[in-house]
Design a protein around this ligand. Structure first.
Ligand SMILES: [Zn+2]
Ligand SMILES: [Zn+2]
Ligand SMILES: [Zn+2]
Length: 79
């Protein structure tokens, strides 16, 4: 194996990583924003911090539109 690095880079760009895939499935199942219920959900919000075992548990995720996602983070950082 002489070209491991190039091979790795190629794989990363041709298929979505685990995070993108899991967030995509979540948004497919939750088409509407759970914050305002009137916009299309665009982003998956995680209530739990990075590295937490249950971070990808849907019970601890929220499907949000961009505006609600920004508000959510503003509310979290303000507290
Ligand atoms: Zn919203
Ligand atoms: Zn809305
Ligand atoms: Zn978020």
């Amino acid at each position: 194996m002489s070209n491991t690095k190039a091979w790795r880079q190629k794989r990363r760009t041709t298929k979505p990583n685990a995070r993108q895939k899991r967030n995509g499935l979540f948004l497919d199942a939750h088409p509407f924003c759970q914050g305002c219920c009137c916009h299309q959900a665009r982003e998956a919000h995680h209530e739990l911090p990075r590295g937490h075992d249950d971070r990808y548990d849907w019970r601890f995720m929220m499907a949000l539109c961009v505006a609600c996602h920004v508000l959510r983070h503003r509310a979290l950082s303000a507290s």
